[in-house]
Design a protein around this ligand. Structure first.
Ligand code: NAI
Length: 338
């Protein structure tokens, strides 16, 4: 990879200086859904003086929104009253809700905003051709989007345009991105297809590889006769320090931060465990994502009532790490950590 240095494809980083919040100041914002992203994005926008209402079914999320001081109305009413519509209900329920409660109420002066390319890119939703359709995506869960914003900080994100009818879609996507807070950190432009490909790759082959990796390392140590405390401490517990170092310094320094012995072992043995065939498996996963195979699998799984997902959830909750992680989590809190 060293030969690629200086030749990598790069994106422009857009910040608040590139956006005009005024474009959406006089246009009511309808936030559909008050879950992870909904509660964060609605509050961040309200804090910047935008006019926000929540469209939600009557459930605990609606109660939470009212408790946070928002007006909550049924989704079709919110679409009719809003002009900028933020689609913040789960990807898998968006198509059905769009069909009955959103699509029939859209008019050319609406702007439809997604926080994921999923439903549109894979053809689960076909937006009408008479309005702007844009994307504005934070790269983390809503709780952190809100917490960072409240602290005066931002989160890296992406924005994009699927359909530009007014000629303003690009600027509107930047304005919405400023509203939800991602331009404080900076955002790059993407397409709906690229956004969902990279996101599903992270979920299936990138960061998610850590789940299997950590569990396997723990299991190998326990199987070799080490205590659960030792196995957990050297895997699940210790990974946080590498992660924290990566947050503070360049990767090349973070991984060489330990003693000379630790650095020698870490840097020279990396490829012994994660061998080159992982690269090919990752390429295959990316190809399956792009071909829509994983979305088809997920749709079928939902139709069947999620048996495989439920089984995986049970297995991970019942994994022997639960015997020791509780102790570590308790000790972290007791010692003032998180
Ligand atoms: P969520 O699961 O937190 O959404 C909950 C909300 O959806 C609640 O207001 C609930 O009332 C509503 N809802 C659930 N089922 C419904 C139904 N059948 N009919 C009507 N409303 C229903 O969703 P989340 O995670 O905030 O995701 C929203 C969008 O943001 C998705 O497109 C997702 O891909 C995207 N996104 C999510 C991130 C995350 O970390 N959670 C990160 C970046 C983007």
């Amino acid at each position: 990879m060293a030969e690629a240095k200086g030749k990598l494809k790069r994106d422009r980083f857009y910040t608040e200086e590139d956006a005009d919040l005024g474009l959406i100041k006089d246009r009511p914002i309808a936030v559909l859904g008050y879950g992870s992203q909904g509660h964060a994005q609605a509050q961040n926008m309200r804090d910047q003086g935008l006019d926000v209402i929540i469209g939600n079914v009557e459930d605990r999320f609606a109660e939470q929104a009212r408790g946070d001081g928002f007006e909550v109305v049924p989704i079709p009413d919110a679409v009719q009253r809003g002009r900028v519509i933020l689609m913040l209900i789960p990807d898998e329920v968006q198509p059905a809700v769009f069909k009955t409660d959103i699509g029939p109420h859209l008019t050319p002066d609406h702007t439809l905003v997604f926080a994921s390319g999923y439903a549109v890119h894979f053809g689960l939703i076909t937006p009408p051709d008479f309005l702007d359709v844009i994307l504005s995506v934070p790269t983390c869960v809503g709780a952190i989007v809100r917490e960072r914003y409240a602290r005066g900080q931002g989160i890296f994100g992406h924005f994009g345009v699927y359909q530009d009818v007014t000629g303003q879609a690009h600027d509107l996507a930047l304005a919405v991105s400023m509203g939800i807070g991602i331009l404080r950190f900076g955002a790059t432009e993407t397409t709906f297809g690229d956004e969902v490909a990279v996101n599903l790759f992270a979920e299936t082959a990138g960061l998610s590889g850590m789940i299997k990796y950590l569990l396997t390392a723990f299991e190998v140590l326990v199987e070799a006769g080490f205590s659960a405390e030792k196995a957990y401490g050297e895997t699940f517990y210790e990974i946080q320090f590498l992660t924290e170092s990566i947050c503070r310094m360049p990767f090349g320094q973070a991984v060489a931060f330990g003693s000379p012995t630790a650095t020698y072992l870490a840097l020279t043995k990396t490829g012994d465990v994660v061998t080159e065939d992982v690269r090919e498996r990752m390429r295959q996963m990316l190809a399956r994502i792009k071909a829509g195979e994983l979305v088809r699998d997920w749709n079928l799984e939902q139709l069947a009532g999620c048996p495989v997902l439920n089984q995986c959830r049970r297995e991970i909750l019942e994994h022997p790490i639960s015997e020791v992680e509780e102790l570590f989590l308790e000790r972290k809190l007791a010692s003032g950590g998180v």
